[in-house]
Write a protein that binds this ligand. Sequence first.
Ligand code: TA6
Length: 306
Amino acid sequence: MIYTITLNPAIDRLLFIGEELVKRKTNRISKVTYDLGGKGLHGSYVMSKLKIDNLAMGLCGTNNKAALYDILTEKNIRHEFTEVADESTRECYIVLEEGVSGSTMFTEKGLVVSEFEKRNLLEKVRQKVTSQDMVLIAGSLPQNYLISDLEELLYVLKDSGCFIACDLSGEALLKAVEVGVHFIKPNEFELQEIVSKNQSLTENLEALSERVDCVIASQGEKGSFCQYQGEQFQVIAPKVEEVNDTGAGDCFVGAFLSMFYLKKPIEECLRFASGCAASKVKNNDSTSFDIEDALDLQREVTINRL
Ligand code: TA6
């Protein structure tokens, strides 16, 4: 079983602007749509679509829980959230400009969580996770969820003996490395925050791999680098027409972990994940990708053993 833990989920509000965004001008919104937000939930979306048994956990606000649960039901995501009383799951805003590839994201800070609710989540995790499981913790932390809270959660997982994957950033990512989780996937900005500026990417990945079994440094449309079992791989992503890059990294993580969980060879995991992420950026929402398209696109992925 794979569990995903999204400590600070979101409802993404996608704002479509009819033309290019211009400062000091009234930029009219031509369309508004909603999608799932939060990196762990995106992972669960991919796993569910690939028919990998998974359960989405985490924290969510009671005020608008129906809106979040409706999206999860619509996307066939099995979930068991720890509810945070009198709080709202945040909204994140994704701005898409007509004729401009990519997107601009504005994220709210999110939940304020009580000690009681932190404990409830911890207990739920302790009761469910076993050594056979894989757990993905992904996304930002709620406002008063401290690094020490994350550390406690990571040690509960360590004690269970499960495989721990983290898609975190900043201090949270540093803590995950310090604790010695099994997988991390920093993007180029997140990597810069935790490594030495004087070393090359190759050296930094090697150094991180002393504590973390599988390290993937993602580089957007260029692809990624992976360090695993003493080997390094460069993954060159297929060229596609990018519409919305939001969630592409999450799609990669969800697809990679699904294949890894099925014990597929590392190159196969990387190739398929790269195909899924490339398919994702062709879609205008935060989550959609097409499995057939991903299978086609993975043939265009180049993997170089370094
Ligand atoms: O990666 C995309 C996404 O999960 C969006 O759906 C959006 O809600 C945002 O990231 C949340 O990011 P954060 O790092 O604040 O958890």
